[in-house]
Design a protein around this ligand. Structure first.
Ligand SMILES: NC(=O)c1ccc[n+]([C@@H]2O[C@H](COP(=O)([O-])OP(=O)(O)OC[C@H]3O[C@@H](n4cnc5c(N)ncnc54)[C@H](OP(=O)(O)O)[C@@H]3O)[C@@H](O)[C@H]2O)c1
Ligand SMILES: [Zn+2]
Length: 304
């Protein structure tokens, strides 16, 4: 039996899939990372075309409004794509947007099998592919692929950006007013929290107290600094604070009015922000907690 026709080993349990699918979908996620910070509110997408058991070409979505991952891999493959298997971490799109639908290019190229990671209910190309005789396998590793694009799925399914609240706490679970985290913890949160959200948000009180830089300083070579959002309804932020004067000052957005969190979410959405890390302080956390608008809360506890 062909590997790509193998059925899941445990019926109806999408956690089980052939290792080879998982391997290439993981590669799609690696490629998709190249678009981090550049493609929102579009999803991060990578694509691999495989033929005769080896990789023919790879592609990714690199810039908002530009070529989709599938198109990029198909363009590089040319006529060789005929009869190949196309892997992508999100179901190929079928609607005309800033770019033509990927389903058209996949059909034209003569791809015989498409394997995708997560469904995209807003732009689901599977039916059109199947109607054109293409075998479609998926979703494969759906929770992994949805989590990877949680900002995109939050915007398209909940109509607002994904919100993560991050707190640094003392050992007795009190809000830390000094730097209590270790270098290792800071590196972890820069790489796994700051670098993975489109924006970081703090209140004026935090800027006044700490004069933070709110950038990604550890672990990643390429620049992936999120947009900085400062809530400052009473104009307390000093004009010489780092967020207003450093070399990334043009990436700082100051909100000068008291805003219900749902309205703030609309504002972020208009700016193409799909995920936001709320770093504090306590007044801002309270605003979010009262509004019940957040997805996750991560507490980093004093390390000694
Ligand atoms: N441990 C940690 O993880 C952590 C993280 C950050 C900061 N901190 C510490 O927390 C302290 C500062 O916290 P804080 O509570 O005083 O200040 P804050 O939360 O940083 O900022 C408060 C400001 O945000 C505004 N704000 C809150 N919700 C808003 C909304 N929905 N729309 C518009 N503006 C809104 C408030 O407006 P109003 O004036 O109208 O209320 C106030 O001006 C510092 O000591 C800092 O070191 C700790
Ligand atoms: Zn597409």
């Amino acid at each position: 039996m062909d590997w790509h026709k193998r059925k899941n080993t445990k019926a109806n349990n999408s956690c089980y899939y052939p290792r080879v699918h998982y391997h290439f979908i993981s590669r799609c996620l690696e490629l998709a990372e190249n678009g981090r910070g550049k493609v929102s509110p579009n999803p991060l997408v990578g694509c691999v075309i495989v033929k005769g058991g080896s990789v023919l070409t790879e592609g990714w979505h690199s810039e908002f409004g530009e070529e989709h991952a599938e198109l990029s891999a198909l363009r590089k493959a040319g006529d060789l794509a005929r009869g190949g298997t196309l892997y992508t971490n999100i179901e190929p799109c079928c609607k005309q947007g800033k770019q033509p639908p990927c389903t058209d290019a996949i059909i034209r190229a003569g791809i015989s099998t498409v394997v995708f990671g997560a469904r995209d209910k807003s732009n689901s190309g599977s039916n059109s592919l199947r109607q054109n005789g293409i075998e479609v396998i998926g979703p494969i590793a759906e929770s992994l692929c949805r989590r990877f694009n949680r900002g995109f799925f939050s915007l398209s399914e909940n109509g607002r950006p994904w919100v993560t609240i991050k707190k640094a706490l003392t050992k007795d679970m009190k809000v830390a007013h000094e730097h209590v985290t270790s270098q290792e913890q800071d590196e972890w949160s820069h790489m796994n929290l700051r670098a993975q959200h489109d924006a970081i948000l703090v209140g004026a009180g935090t800027v006044v107290a700490d004069d933070p830089e709110l950038n990604v300083r550890f672990g990643i070579e390429e620049k992936r600094d999120p947009i900085r959002i400062i809530l400052d309804p009473n104009s307390k932020v000093p004009t010489d604070s780092k967020v207003l004067t450093d070399s990334d000052a043009d990436r700082t957005i100051v909100v000068n009015e008291k805003m219900p969190i749902p309205d703030l979410m609309e504002l972020l959405k208009e700016k193409g922000i799909s995920s936001v890390l709320v770093e504090g302080g306590p007044k801002v956390w309270e605003s979010f907690e009262k509004s019940r608008i957040y997805n996750e809360m991560i507490s980093i506890v004093e390390d000694y």
